[in-house]
Write a protein that binds this ligand. Structure first.
Ligand code: WT7
Length: 660
């Protein structure tokens, strides 16, 4: 974000106090802030006991003696799947709808808590019959279909660890995640519906497992996968490897129906989820059971003002992202919520598809990303106005800063001019929401995520780790451990320390810039590292650069995130071609080739908006690429200070090339 837009943000002075009627019936009360401020650990212990069912109660809340690896509720025992399923059925809520599933072509499934519990029990038996157990890792590469939820919960139920890989990732990305976590089983589908057609998944799994990988000595490293379990969804033809590949429906049909949920320790690993960092290699973020489930359930209930008996909740995220893990699967189910799960894209088969779904299921709590709101703004409010959205009570935003224009549009058009908006800041690493207004309590400000969640300690620090005063800007830090915090980077404790704990010691470094306004409210300003945020998804410049240089025509590349009206940031790549290839393809042809190449190597989400072929990259005398200058060019600004460049003419050549 540029300095100009930050100043504009801080001049935003519209205020939206909660209505009296909303406040009167609100789940959250200001007593939450008070009790968390008086006794933070006691507060979390109470929340955990209230929201979850522990098979063995805990005696200790937090053990920070092994910092930066925290233990929460360590001697307690619970089963995460039991908390999301069986206990609701035992409480007489078996007939409540857990999931209203809507396939992209319009087919639907309504799944009650009783049915979901039965399905997960059977799936748990199916996994155990395949030799999967306590501590094994299972890769899940599925579209947003009920089996994705069933698979995650079945894995959790037996104490195995899931690693969900977003269905848009390439064979190469999938394989590196399978290898990093030594996955024993892959659960996938033949294909899923996207944009009006079946997008195949099984062939990508086949491709991933067929890739040849070598260690540093040049020896081939075989994959660890014993079986591939395939859900039939797309009905597309798939190749079959006998002995390895199994149909989900066949295995499921013969699996036993009863399954007892054994208790696991609170710190039992629940899942790994990969996210991009500042180097080319994605990090496997590790989350565990009791603390994670406590904070996702707490935030889901209080931030969305959840009344589980009457609300219909819809988080539009794909289960392949952390938002899907915490607010499609674990939070809503732990709270016994009725949710919507939608398979496809927002504009298929028509631009009002999401609004149609809100109307159809009477969605009352809606959670999406600013990029989606901005796309709806583009098509115009008449699309939304064709549907009855009067069921909406609370609107959530996540993934990137929401600009005030989009905030006001969201409130007016989707929220009928009255629904409170919660702008929720958090990360894959934090596991659950950390900064957000509480509806019914907070007077909201468009563009600001505002205040830490009760029980969460957040500060804005300067480079030296000193707290900045209201009005000042700096780096966002979480200063006390929190229940749903990551417990590490899978297989890489050193990187864990280095990435998050080397800057401020036992205060967590989030990687985001932030400012506090005069009221102390927090405004997020975007990443301060080489990480881009495209449509609310994190992408690493280094990972895309390494994909680009893996192509034979590329000599060198530099990637920047350029401001984009719809996606927040967009990937713009500057590429120097190898001399011997430079004559072979025109710049336009090379650019098309390389955009496709990145999509194939990482996934379509990483496809650059532009690949700009240049003669040379701007570098300092010590050889460091000056991305800041390239970002100026990519965003169409006058190029900033070039005096530290080794060759000061480079930028004028690039600029001239682009304007010419
Ligand atoms: C990064 C985390 C966990 C949500 C999905 C993204 C940015 C997230 C906000 C917000 C401003 C936000 C941050 C953060 N971010 N929410 N409400 N306002 N920025 O998860 O891929 O782990 O990315 O998303 O930059 O560090 P993620």
């Amino acid at each position: 974000m540029s300095a100009d837009s930050i100043d504009n943000l801080l001049r935003e002075d519209r205020r939206f106090p909660p209505s009296e009627s909303f406040a009167a019936a609100a789940v959250a009360t200001s007593a939450l802030y008070e009790s968390a401020a008086t006794d933070r650990l006691g507060f979390w212990a109470e929340q955990s006991r209230n929201l979850l069912t522990w098979q063995k109660d805990f005696t200790q809340v937090l053990d920070w003696s092994g910092a930066p690896v925290a233990k929460w509720f360590a001697d307690g025992e619970l089963n995460v799947a039991y908390n999301c399923l069986d206990r609701h059925v035992e409480a007489g809520l078996g007939d409540r709808v857990a999931i209203h599933w809507e396939g992209e072509p319009g087919d639907t499934r309504t799944i009650t808590y009783a049915q979901l519990t039965a399905d997960v029990k059977r799936a748990a038996n199916m996994l155990e019959a395949l030799g999967v157990g306590d501590g094994d890792t299972v890769a899940i590469y599925l579209p947003n279909v009920p089996e994705a939820v069933i698979a995650m919960l079945a894995v959790a139920r037996i104490g195995a660890i899931h690693s969900v890989v977003f269905g848009g990732f390439s064979a190469e990305s999938l394989r590196s995640r399978i290898d990093d976590a030594s996955a024993k089983l892959v659960i996938t589908a033949d294909g899923g519906w996207r944009k009006g057609k079946v997008s195949p998944l099984k062939p990508i799994v086949d491709g991933a497992l067929a890739l040849q990988k070598f260690d540093e000595h040049g020896n081939e490293t075989p994959h660890t996968v014993e079986h591939v379990l395939v859900v039939r969804r797309g009905e597309n033809d798939v190749d079959w490897t006998d002995g390895r590949d199994l149909w989900w429906h066949e295995q499921f049909a013969t699996a036993a129906s009863e399954h007892e949920a054994r208790a696991f320790e609170a710190e039992h690993p629940l899942f790994i989820l990969y996210t991009s960092g500042t180097t080319g290699k994605p990090k496997g973020i590790l989350h565990t059971s009791g603390g994670y489930l406590t904070q996702v359930a707490f935030t889901h209930r209080n931030i969305f003002d959840l009344h589980p008996e009457s609300d219909v909740f819809w988080c539009t995220a794909d289960v392949g992202w952390i938002t899907g893990h915490s607010y499609v699967v674990y939070g809503p189910l732990a709270n016994g919520t009725t949710s919507v799960l939608y398979e496809g894209t927002p504009d298929t088969p028509h631009p009002g598809r999401w609004f149609e779904i809100i109307e159809k299921y009477g969605v009352s709590l809606f959670y999406t990303a600013p990029t989606a709101i901005r796309s709806f703004m583009k098509v115009g409010r008449q699309v939304a106005d064709d549907f009855d959205l009067s069921s909406i009570r609370v609107l959530g935003s996540v993934g990137e800063p929401i600009n005030p224009e989009a905030w006001i549009w969201y409130r007016d058009v989707v929220g009928g001019g009255s629904a409170p908006i919660v702008d929720t800041w958090w990360q894959t690493e934090t596991g659950a929401i950390m900064i957000s207004a509480l509806p019914g309590i907070t007077t909201t400000k468009p563009g600001s995520a505002q205040v830490p969640v009760p029980g969460i300690s957040v500060e804005v620090l300067d480079e030296q780790g000193v707290t900045v005063l209201p009005g000042g800007g700096g780096l966002l830090s979480i200063t006390e451990p929190w229940p749903s915090m990551l417990r590490g980077i899978w297989g890489d404790p050193e990187r864990f320390r280095e990435t998050y704990w080397s800057k401020f010691g036992t205060k967590y470094f989030a990687g985001d810039g932030a400012r506090r306004d005069g009221d102390g409210d927090i405004w997020l300003l975007g990443r301060v590292d080489d990480v881009m945020n495209v449509s609310g998804h994190r992408l690493s410049t280094a990972e895309i650069e390494s994909a680009l240089v893996s192509h034979p025509i590329v000599a060198e590349s530099a990637v920047v995130g350029a401001a984009d009206e719809t996606t927040g940031q967009a990937v713009v790549a500057f590429v120097v071609l190898r001399a011997e290839h430079a004559g072979g393809q025109s710049a336009d042809e090379a650019s098309v080739t390389l955009r496709t190449h990145v999509a194939q190597s990482i996934g379509a989400i990483a496809r650059p908006r532009q690949v700009i072929i240049v003669e040379e990259l701007p570098k300092t005398r010590s050889g460091k690429i000056m991305r800041r200058l390239l970002q100026d060019v990519a965003e169409g600004r006058a190029v900033g200070d070039t005096t530290t460049l080794a060759d000061t003419s480079v930028m004028s050549i690039i600029s001239a090339q682009l304007s010419g």
